[in-house]
Design a protein around this ligand. Sequence first.
Ligand code: PLP
Length: 403
Amino acid sequence: MNKKPLPEGLHRDTLAVRTGLPASQWGENSEALYLTSGFVQPDSETMAHRFANPQEGYTYGRTSNPTVTSFELRLAAMEGTEAAIATSTGMAAILLLGMGVLRAGDHVICSRSVFGSTLNLFAKEFGKFGVESTFVSQVDLKEWKAAVKPNTKLLFAETPTNPLTDVCDIAALADIAHTAGALLAVDNCFCSPALQRPVESGADFIIHSGTKYLDGQGRVMAGAICGPSKWIVDTFAPIVRTAGMTLAPFNAWVVLKGLETLGIRMQAQCANALQIARFLESHPKVGRVYYPGLESHPQHALAMKQQSGLGGAVVSFDVKGGDPATLRRNAFTVIDSSEVMSIATNLGDTKSIITHPATTSHGRLTEEQRQAAGIGQGLIRLAVGLEHPSDIQADLERGLSKL
Ligand SMILES: *Cc1c(COP(=O)(O)O)cnc(C)c1O
């Protein structure tokens, strides 16, 4: 049963709930989960046509699936891009981006503060295939400009960064990329389209780890690239069909439904994060607090402009201590004293998560590399969820009061 087509000019919150393929002949109101690997064809002629023109009908699950299509349509509508293509994980989306955009001999410029696996993918894995990468400061535009070469094909940014929440200027990076004849990709995992829409600042591609806020309840892995239809249909879709970094229909269904509540979750989690960041900033046992929503954040004004006036839901802070061993002991005391938050490495969940970056996400770096990156032994990262913020505050006070 086909619903009426949606009118033009709907708000993003409406698109987040309503965009997708039409309902089946049964008229289900919640989008169906098409848990099937193959699709039956009416006759050989149609089958031949759909194999040659995959966007005109479903054939096999590696190529596409209606539940996955609904997720892609909805995410693209929320990001304001023409199209999107789903992948099995966020890293698979960045792999797909590289496979589609880069050739041997091309050059990539990437912030050195991006997600660790992204750094490895560009430096180590793409390096094997003759792609060269330069890593530059997250915030110093001069470094990005100076890194441009005649063979620069792609600029890759992520904002705010994990765990120190440094914010880069997407519009300025889009200018540098386009002046150089290159493309800009932005990993929008930390803000999601509820806060930040990089395409409006000139980004060409938006990368998502659906595993984080899009799912929002820590259940499944997923990823996506959002961008122009031409790139999605002509370049990325054939690679997914060939290489198989396909999103499973069940996972697509979970993130599709997650998108419906993304806006209100982000609003609530950002408000909780701001309250906790202010509490930490005024705490005598806490050194620096890293949160774009605080006036003390070095890129506060840019963040407010770029992120719909909200700081996101990741807050990091340094406990006070002295030498690295004491700092680590103090950080562990705060983490281990928590009775509500989860000690885990994910983020974007409704459950607040507390982690020690120096021994987990950044544990493989040397102490000097960590110092250079600003990740001290006293640093703690919070991915704030939907619990009452006063309970999280009390959870932190349990440990802080012991220092
Ligand atoms: C988690 C994460 C990724 C990778 O996503 P997966 O779904 O874990 O593969 C990429 N970028 C950022 C910023 C992330 O936080």
